[in-house]
Design a protein around this ligand. Structure first.
Ligand SMILES: [Zn+2]
Length: 75
């Protein structure tokens, strides 16, 4: 499977949640098929780990990004 670029991956910003949305993997729990860009997720999509909304996510790379941290709740 193709690897995602860091700027395509989005990390949940909630305390105690390190979930990272990887478009190459999608979100099985939210019925998001692999290959779905974060931007193309439905607006009511929620973090499968803690239930936070899309607005709580930041890209892993790029001008508005956060540094990659340890993932506490990988699927
Ligand atoms: Zn979360």
């Amino acid at each position: 499977m193709e690897k995602s670029k860091p700027e395509d991956m989005w990390q949940c910003q909630m305390t105690n949640c390190g979930y990272i949305y990887d478009p190459a993997r999608g979100d099985k729990k939210g019925k998001i098929p692999p290959g779905t860009r974060f931007e193309d997720l439905p607006d009511d999509w929620k973090c499968p780990c803690c239930g936070a909304s899309k607005q709580m996510f930041k890209p892993l790379a790029g001008p508005d990004s956060v540094a990659a941290q340890s993932v506490k709740c990988e699927q």
